[in-house]
Design a protein around this ligand. Structure first.
Ligand code: GDP
Length: 390
């Protein structure tokens, strides 16, 4: 896909009509950014579905758009919870097979199982007969499902309280093996079970679960997943950075082709709206927007000001406006980031495009790379600050 897009963009750039080229590259970018992903989260009432959906979207239970948690009523409706920063990625609270008004036979059609990309089956204990029935239906459709054993923090707390010879690793292994045994008894040959706590999302098997989602998802959907994956480890930050990095050439091409505004202090012009879109993606992807950081502060008990204090980039925890983006670009003029741009025609990677556009392309490419690195480092610092040495 990558090579095809490269060829496509090169062809568009060589088109003599520059504004048309910008529009066409934008369309290519839009297509990539608009891929939808529908993740079903299912299980018995009280299993922890709503809390997991909120935690995975970086929301606390009382935030706007959060799924209602702790209600005794059985969920009878399929409810959609879009990701706050990427509305095309939706989590669905799916009632378990035995908890709806319609008979099991009609469940698949009524609920519309086909529309989901994959399924997370949650249980706070062993998996139930209904969980198993649903997994078998999903299996028939050749879709992926993941057994998640929730509330692990609470299991560990209980064991700690009531056992004199408490051993964390042994307790975790016992819980997992017990769930696996239950599923094997129900006919699953080698089931995989992930231990998760929505209260301590960065702990236990969450990284393994995120990796498994990613490897098993069709390639064109992976980016959507990665963008909405909560930051639960430094590895996730590195992965997001790589994904963003591979797209810089497209943003740079679009901004250079659509060039409209000249950058103070630099003899180049850019389409600043495209840069805003790219930077906003980075800020959201790395969890550095104000609402996400405030929610992180509320969740971890580390104050918002303490999180802000470790941030270096002026683009993090700020409104990404054209004035701000241009100011950041100008501030890089004369620094190594932008050296060689002025005499840079020999670096122009795309033969047959106007030199001015080529210079803009190189400058934007370098500026975006620099911004991306700084934001990724900010994200690492915020993660360390929020979660300490854990
Ligand atoms: P749902 O009915 O499946 O949506 O379950 P909820 O998400 O509403 O959770 C039911 C109860 O379990 C609530 O009181 C949650 O606070 C609690 N809960 C959910 N996830 C966790 C968790 O990871 N750890 C602990 N200790 N409690 C949890």
């Amino acid at each position: 896909m990558e090579a095809e897009t490269d060829a496509e963009i090169r062809q568009i750039l060589q088109n003599s009509d520059q504004s048309l080229a910008a529009a066409e590259i934008n369309e290519v970018l839009e297509q990539q950014n608009n891929i939808s992903l529908n993740i079903a989260v299912t299980g018995e009432t009280g299993a922890g579905k709503s809390t997991f959906i909120n935690a995975f979207r970086g929301l606390n239970d009382e935030d706007d758009g959060a799924a209602l948690t702790g209600c005794k009523e059985t969920t009878k409706e399929v409810t959609a919870y879009p990701h706050p920063n990427y509305p095309n990625v939706t989590f669905w609270d799916l009632p378990g097979i035995g908890t709806t008004n319609f008979p099991a036979k009609k469940y698949k059609k009524k609920v519309g199982l086909e529309k989901f990309d994959f399924f997370i089956i949650i249980s706070a204990n062993r998996f139930t007969e209904n969980d198993v029935k649903l997994a078998q239906e999903i299996k028939k459709m050749k879709k992926n499902y993941y057994f998640v054993r929730s509330k692990i923090d609470s299991d560990l707390d209980n064991e700690k309280k009531f056992r004199t010879n408490f051993n964390r690793e042994e307790t975790l292994t016992d819980i997992k093996e017990d769930c696996i045994k239950g599923l094997q008894d129900a006919g699953f040959e080698s089931p995989q079970v992930f231990l998760v706590s929505s209260f301590e999302l960065h702990e236990y098997d969450i990284s393994l679960l995120q990796e498994t989602f990613e490897t098993e998802l069709p390639e064109h959907k992976r980016n959507a997943l990665l963008m909405t994956t909560p930051i639960t480890s430094l590895e996730i930050i590195a992965k997001k950075k790589e994904a963003f990095k591979s797209k810089i050439k497209y943003w740079a091409a679009a901004s250079a082709a659509g060039a409209a505004v000249s950058v103070p202090g630099l003899s180049i012009a850019v389409d600043v709206s495209i840069l805003i879109a790219a930077v906003t993606q980075y800020v959201h992807g790395f969890g550095l927007d104000v609402p996400t950081m405030k929610r992180l502060a509320a969740r971890t008990g580390v104050s918002y000001d303490d999180l802000l204090a470790v941030i270096v980039s002026p683009l993090a925890a700020a409104e990404v406006t054209s004035a701000l983006v241009l100011r950041v670009m100008s501030s890089l003029a004369g620094r190594t980031v932008l050296m060689a741009v002025e005499e840079g025609s020999r670096f122009i990677p795309i033969i047959g495009i106007p030199i001015a556009m080529g210079l803009s392309y190189i400058a934007i490419y370098r500026v975006l790379s620099h911004i991306l690195n700084t934001l990724a480092e900010d994200s690492e610092r915020v993660f360390r600050k929020a979660f300490g040495s854990k």
